[in-house]
Ligand binder design. Structure first.
Ligand code: GDD
Ligand code: MN
Length: 378
């Protein structure tokens, strides 16, 4: 049997839309040669009878499933749906999609073909070149662009243009690496948290432009509370991002011990002069720092570049940070008359941040730097 691609459709009061959406998805069947399409509806006991309609459609479509849960919001529905699908169908792919007609099922075969070309995460993007939100009002556009801009900035994922998209195709293996405990399950902020978690776990991501149509019927379920939650979630995202920085600081501290240890051994045991012992100590600490950062701090970044290349970059960064450190200390002491030990501490803090920033963005940069295909390539 072919591997399974399971479309997860969260629904709350989508009785007027669900049939057309399910039909649209199953119409893609013949275009997809590599995967078997399954659909899992995750309904939150919608009072409008969405569940009944789906149960009826199950007679027509044999790979159509539904689970019903207490209403706990969009994020929770996705979490339950994904967990259920992984266990029950052992799919190769999970596709997230809205059940109101705003996402065009024609994109599904495109997503799957990109996965077949080696990507592990395809994001249907309204803000990539060729994508769009033609039916959004000016206010909606501003909200959406501003929200995305905040997520890109705070979450440290500037290369993704649509961080709140609800239309994605994801390799099941990648999802299995993610921690669902961390992912905020509160309503809509789930989307950006989930994306962030997928990227943290080494997703090879590509954005595909999509046109976000109008709802077929009914109204959006996005509330003011959801918007507030979204903002609170940004802070959480920012904080979780600091794990690497904390590790980087520990490695830096270990480097000081290496530097001192080598220096003392050389000067005290082997009577090497300071001018030679000091640079050897520094170089040893740079090398141990490099390997520790490579094996521990940035372990999750599946950066493909050669280790020698990374080591060279690490040295260049250390050189730049060292020069800046030195200039800061000198200017704080000689221009601002600061006490030398305070100046050195400030120098170390600034140099550590520069070191971290440059190494994070350059030496160990995520391998999926900004890949987007435009309409013409599809
Ligand atoms: N099970 C369940 N429970 N489903 C829900 C819930 C819920 O509490 N709330 C919403 N849904 C379902 C809807 O029925 C619909 O199929 C889908 O989730 C999207 O909900 P909409 O209310 O239509 O969302 P939207 O169009 O305003 O928001 C879209 O854009 C957002 C970013 O701008 C969606 O794609 C969101 O996922 C996306 O974050
Ligand atoms: Mn919608």
């Amino acid at each position: 049997m072919r591997p399974i691609a399971c479309v997860i459709l969260p629904t709350y009061n989508e009785s007027e839309n669900i049939e057309a959406v399910i039909r649209g998805i199953f119409e893609q069947r013949e275009k997809i040669k590599t995967h078997e399409l399954y659909v899992l509806v995750v309904d939150d006991n919608s009072p409008d009878g969405t569940e009944k309609i789906v149960s009826f459609l199950q007679n027509k479509y044999y790979n159509l499933y539904i689970i019903s849960e207490e209403k706990q919001g969009l994020g929770d529905a996705y979490k339950k749906g994904i967990e259920y699908a992984l266990k029950r169908f052992e799919p190769d792919l999970i596709i997230q999609m809205d059940a109101d007609g705003q996402h065009d099922p024609d994109s599904i075969p495109v997503f799957i073909s990109l996965i077949n070309n080696g990507f592990s995460l395809v994001v249907g993007s309204r803000f990539a070149q060729g994508g769009g939100t033609p039916y959004f009002s000016i206010i909606q556009k501003i909200y959406s662009l501003f929200g995305n801009w905040l997520i890109r900035l705070f979450g440290g994922i500037p290369r993704i243009r649509d961080c709140t998209s609800g239309f994605k195709c994801i390799k099941a293996d990648l999802i299995k690496k993610c921690s669902f405990d961390f992912i905020s399950t509160n309503g809509y902020s789930f989307q950006s948290s989930f994306l962030f978690e997928l990227i943290k776990n080494g997703a090879e991501v590509i954005e595909v432009p999509i046109i976000f149509s109008n709802r077929l019927a009914g109204e959006t379920k996005l509330s003011a509370k959801d918007r507030l939650n979204f903002l609170l979630n940004l802070i959480k995202l920012r904080f979780s991002h600091s794990e690497e920085l904390i590790k980087f600081c520990f490695v830096g501290a270990s480097g000081i011990i290496v530097n001192l240890g080598v220096y003392i051994t050389l000067t005290r045991l082997f009577y090497v002069i300071l001018e030679i012992a000091s640079p050897i100590g520094i170089e040893c600490s740079i090398i141990t720092n490099f390997f520790l950062n490579n094996a521990w701090t940035f372990k999750k970044r599946k950066n493909r570049s050669h280790i020698i290349k990374k080591m060279l970059k690490f040295h260049i960064v250390a050189g730049i940070a060292g020069i800046i450190n030195y200039s800061i200390v000198l200017s704080l002491v000689y221009i601002f008359g600061l006490y030398d030990l305070i100046a050195i501490c400030i120098g170390i803090i600034i140099a550590t941040l520069i070191n971290y920033g440059l190494n994070s963005m350059w030496t160990w940069k995520h391998k999926h730097e900004e890949e987007t295909i435009s309409d013409t390539e599809l």
